[in-house]
Design a protein around this ligand. Structure first.
Ligand code: HEC
Length: 159
């Protein structure tokens, strides 16, 4: 192989390594640092953090409404409220923010939205209060598991 040929291969290998490292950071690791209490801190822009915390409060409100509606056997309300925080709620997440979230966080997050859709499906097919309450209990496990492992902070400390 000529010197230029070898150089070409070398440059290609370096580029492939850079692309793989970039893919690892964007798809798997996310934009994170270790927190003081042992949790992983995900660094977001101020606007992203405000938006995602608003979505979190929306999910807590959904837990409240769904629990109350399940207790009174109002499956129509359970279905509507759960569907609103299902996968449809993730449609407007920005690619920039997705890149900052670790893979495990995204898996748990999407799993939670899918679980809300499952509760909506259960309510739609006439599930009893016992079944719905058990499903809400399962969803709450996702909430507590993620909160035990992750925190958000502003990526720019001056924000
Ligand atoms: C994939 C991870 C993940 C899942 C799943 C998750 N959360 Fe969170 N949530 C977080 C993180 C991270 C924070 C920020 C905590 C911090 O910075 O200390 C948070 C914060 C919150 C807050 C505080 C909002 C505020 O304004 O400060 C509420 C309320 C909340 N979550 C509710 C829920 C509920 C209810 C569920 C389940 C239905 C849920 N979350 C599921 C990661 C998650």
């Amino acid at each position: 192989m000529t010197f230029l040929g070898k150089l070409g291969w070398f440059v290609s290998l370096i580029l492939a390594a850079v692309i793989l490292a970039g893919a690892y950071v964007f798809l798997v690791r996310g934009n994170v640092v270790e927190g003081e209490d042992g949790r992983t801190v995900i660094l977001l822009s101020k606007a992203e953090r405000i938006k995602v915390l608003g979505e979190m409060r929306g999910m807590l409100e959904a837990v409240q409404s769904v629990t109350e509606a399940a207790a009174t056997g109002d499956n129509a309300v359970v279905q509507a409220v759960a569907r609103a925080v299902g996968m449809a709620a993730t449609a407007n997440e920005s690619a920039a923010m997705m890149a900052k979230l670790p893979l495990e966080f995204k898996t748990l997050g999407f799993g939670t939205h899918k679980a809300w859709d499952s509760i909506a499906d259960l309510a739609q097919t006439g599930a009893t209060q016992t079944i719905l309450t058990a499903a809400i209990g399962d969803i709450l496990l996702n909430c507590t598991a993620c909160h035990a492992s992750y925190q958000f902070a502003n990526e720019d400390v001056t924000q």
